[in-house]
Ligand binder design. Structure first.
Ligand code: PLP
Length: 394
């Protein structure tokens, strides 16, 4: 094979293969471009982008000087605007120099892992996970260690995390607001997690870092206050993406931020900058860096997203689906009325209603809906969801 052992290893990760299969070869793959389908699969836009977003990009494209399209690393205006905004969100005063701009949140996670781990280290995360933690970990030569959340409350299982820690543990990844459950972890839980990680680091004689994957930290419903692990655990690397905030995942920009409480953060910063260069592809697009101060001034219409959540929660709940309303993110993670979530989603797919089976999140018995579907898709899907649960009851 022309492929490296590492590439073959990544390509053969079971959950990764399942997702590629689903996105490229399923009924959804064949029908996703057809008009009239109800697409609840990925967190992709299904309506025209906001004018404010397009204007910000258009204005940023206009050159102010002959260096406008020169190599750009960490534009200071962008770092300052981002640090300001994050400091207001979290009540932690982030320094602009401690924010490293990246090509989306995805890249910020990759960068965080590369900056603090060595091959063979273990990285703990909770199931259901974001699909790509495992490929990111395996590509970095790490050993993924998976624990389950509590599927009734959607909370982290701290005892399971504690039990999974070994002398090789280097990173715990936490994702709040969570994809796919929509859970926002409460501050008391994050405080207990911080104590647990402090104690465990002392016990194993090695610092455990926390990677806080929080691209949805502005997509929060019902006026809930979001809290980041960075407020409680100084050894947190915070990964953020603008792709969710503006529902523009193809326009790749985000950052990795270190809180001011992190010891030796300048040294870690040097490691981060070295890895940014060594990884080759991660400096974000210059135009997006210039646009960033404007992008910090607005979000997508979170109220509209919340209305779609409310409509689906009320309607699907009324039909007999068991679900916990999401507190944020684009998603609802719903119990499947039959055990075989893949058969259930395939049957819905035959009626052109596309959702993702829990199996893709290593959590069979559930399915995920993306609230980024249009209002029209939501309305048209309802009779199909009703028919599906009625069939399941027969
Ligand atoms: N983390 C989570 C939990 C996500 O859901 C996503 C995107 O789906 C990402 C990270 C990556 O975000 P981006 O593609 O904007 O870099």
């Amino acid at each position: 094979s022309p492929a490296s052992r590492r590439a073959l290893e990544v390509a053969s990760i079971p959950s990764f293969r399942r997702i590629s299969e689903h996105l490229n070869h399923s009924t959804y793959a064949h029908r996703k471009h057809l008009p009239g389908i109800c697409d609840f699969t990925l967190g992709n836009p299904h309506q025209m982008p906001q004018e404010a977003y397009v204007d910000a990009l258009r204005d940023a494209l206009h050159p102010h000087d002959d260096q406008w399209f020169a190599y750009k690393t960490n534009e200071m205006d962008a770092r300052e605007a981002a640090a300001d905004s994050l400091s207001r969100l979290l009540d932690v005063r982030f320094e602009p120099e401690d924010l490293y701009l990246t090509t989306g949140g995805f890249t910020a996670i990759a960068l965080a892992l590369k900056a603090v781990t060595d091959p063979g280290d273990e990285v703990i995360y909770s199931l259901p996970p974001w699909f790509l933690y495992e490929p990111l970990a395996v590509e970095a030569g790490l050993v993924p260690v998976k624990v389950r959340i509590d599927l009734e409350t959607f909370d982290l299982d701290l005892a399971a995390i504690e039990a999974a820690i070994t002398e090789r543990t280097r990173v715990v990844i936490i994702n709040s607001p969570n994809n796919p459950t929509g859970r926002i972890y409460p501050p008391e839980l994050l405080r207990r997690l911080a104590t647990l990680l402090d104690d465990a680091s002392e016990r194993i004689g090695r610092r455990i870092y926390l990677v806080s994957d929080e691209p949805y930290n502005r997509i929060v419903f019902d006026g809930t206050r979001f809290h980041s692990p960075a407020e409680f655990y100084p050894y947190t690397l915070l990964a953020y993406s603008y792709g969710k905030t503006h529902l523009s995942p193809g326009e790749r920009i985000g950052y990795l931020a270190l809180p001011p409480s992190m010891p030796d953060r300048k040294e870690l910063g040097t490691a981060i900058e070295a890895m940014q260069l060594a990884m080759g592809w991660i400096y974000p697009n210059a135009v997006l860096q210039y646009a960033l101060p404007r992008l910090e001034t607005f979000t997508i219409d979170v109220g509209q997203l919340q209305q779609k959540r409310d409509r689906l929660v009320q309607e699907l709940g009324g039909m007999g689906y068991r679900l916990r309303p999401s507190e944020g993110t684009f998603y609802l993670f719903i119990q499947c009325p039959i055990h075989d979530d893949e058969a259930f989603t395939e049957a819905l797919g035959q009626e052109d209603v596309f959702v993702l089976p829990g199996a893709l999140f290593e959590t069979p018995g559930f399915f995920r809906i993306s609230l980024t579907a249009s209002e029209d898709m939501v309305e048209r899907s309802l009779p199909h969801f009703r028919a599906a649960i009625e069939r399941a009851g027969q």
